[in-house]
Ligand binder design. Structure first.
Ligand code: FAD
Length: 422
């Protein structure tokens, strides 16, 4: 692998048939996450493909010419022409390998894949998930001199990294952009000594052996494991929902209702959470339109009665959302009347979706005890039903899911884990 400046780029392209180029920046956590993977793949593919690194800030002209808009960005070239995908953000080893493989004949790809040597890394504590729960635990564990590895299929931060503003996390007078709060947490964990393996593929989790296979070839074997894999909102799977996630569509009233003082909002859902959260949002908003697919609400009777009596709340029964759009500063929710099939546009300042959350446990198949909604049951020390396996944050069975509560769970779990390792 070589590092070059833009004036040498054409010469390198002319003298190598196959090239991969990494545009990196300083103070760029995803670039730091990519660097060891890029180096490891150079060792694997370097005989066939020329690996180049270029400092983006120092080579802006070429970066712009090649359409590079964020760091890191990986570009692939064959005979001087850009081919394959332009990879950016939390780049996984598997994404890189897919593009490197596409440059080579199949027989060579088979040889390279066969030469990958499995690796085993031993650690005392393994934290699954780099959200607030996992980060708090990693800070405490590393500060207690416990050898700690944190793995995450994405970049650090969890749900916080997609949160526009956080104004209720103690210690900050002004609201913090979610990505900055996540950044402070992960940097603090790194400074404490926790090793981060992020933007990795979680290939297999074996809680009985206390082993996790990442990127198909590295087994991390731990003495104790913390599951802090969080939860995800259930999506409606309609147009615009992913695009406006956290940018007009919110899934958390405690977090975002305060931004709708004297404004109009649309709430999707009619169960307990939707109805109870609508009461909370009603303290701020001037008008609430609830969109409920059934001809009645399914929340508990008392909450239903309060919502029906609230003059700010208007309920559209037997309606379903069909899409979300933006019109200047306003959000538009397209809803269908399930009885006459007509659609109408609701123009509003913001949207809250309350159709449920689900714990991120798809890759964990071991028989852990769960509640009726699939969340992990833990004791007051955050122990799960399996020895040596702890859980913290939104993935556990509890009533309040916030950054502070995830951090609290992670703190408790890590102190108990550290004590048990002594
Ligand atoms: C839009 C939005 C706004 C919010 N605003 C606020 C707010 O203002 N204030 C507040 O207090 N709370 C807010 N919340 C709630 C808060 O973000 C969560 O309660 C908190 O992030 C939970 O932390 P966690 O560590 O348990 O899980 P998460 O933040 O969900 O992090 C879990 C991590 O685990 C990773 N992961 C998933 N599967 C695996 C696996 N198999 N192996 C390894 N890692 C895995 C995920 O990639 C993720 O990085 C908001 C939530 C959302 C969605």
């Amino acid at each position: 692998m070589i590092e070059i400046n833009q004036d040498k780029f054409q010469k390198e392209l002319d003298s190598h048939e196959l090239v991969v180029l990494d545009f990196y920046s300083t103070e760029c956590p995803p670039c730091e996450a990519l660097a060891p993977k890029f180096e490891a793949l150079d060792a694997l593919y370097g005989k066939d493909i020329h690996f180049i690194k270029m400092f983006r800030q120092g080579n802006r002209e070429l970066a712009e010419q090649l359409g590079v808009r964020s760091s890191p960005t990986l570009l692939f070239f064959r005979n001087g022409k850009q081919v394959g995908e332009m990879l950016t953000g939390g780049i996984r080893r598997s994404d890189m390998m897919r593009n490197l493989d596409a440059l080579l004949p199949e027989s060579r790809v088979r040889e390279i894949h066969a030469s990958v040597t499995p690796k085993t890394t031993e650690t005392e504590a393994l934290v699954l998930g780099a959200g607030p729960g996992g980060m708090a635990a990693a800070i405490y564990l590393a500060q207690a001199k416990v050898d700690t590895i944190v793995v995450d299929p994405l970049l650090p931060g969890g749900q916080v990294s997609t949160t526009h503003q956080v104004s209720n996390y103690p210690g900050f007078v002004d609201p913090q952009p979610g990505y900055m709060l996540s950044h402070y947490m992960s940097e603090q964990a790194k400074v404490a000594g926790a090793k981060m393996k992020v933007a990795v593929e979680i290939s297999k989790v074996d809680l009985i052996k206390k082993e996790v296979l990442i990127d198909g070839h590295e087994t991390i074997r731990a003495k104790t494991i913390l599951i802090s894999t969080g939860a995800s909102p259930r999506f409606l799977n309609v147009e615009g929902e992913k695009e406006f996630y956290g940018k007009g569509i919110s899934y958390c009233a405690t977090c975002d209702a305060k931004y709708f003082h004297d404004k109009e909002v649309v709430i999707i859902g009619g169960g307990n959470t939707a109805v109870e959260e609508s009461e909370f949002i009603s303290k701020f908003a001037s008008k609430i339109t609830m969109v409920q697919q059934l001809p009645h609400l399914t929340a508990n009777k008392a909450a239903q009665e309060r919502a029906m009596a609230d003059p700010k709340i208007n309920i559209l029964f037997s309606h379903e959302p069909r899409g979300f759009y933006r019109d200047g500063e306003k959000m538009v929710v397209k809803v269908e009347d399930l009885e006459n099939k007509e659609t109408i546009d609701l123009v509003t300042d913001g949207v809250f979706v309350f159709v449920g959350m689900k714990p991120n446990l798809d890759s964990i198949t071991d028989p852990l005890e769960k509640d009726d909604w699939g969340y992990l049951k833990v004791d007051p020390d955050m122990r799960t039903s399996m020895p040596g396996i702890f859980a913290a944050g939104d993935v556990i069975s509890k009533n309040i899911r916030q950054i502070t509560t995830a951090v609290s769970d992670g703190t408790i779990a890590s102190i108990v884990m550290a004590r048990e390792l002594q």
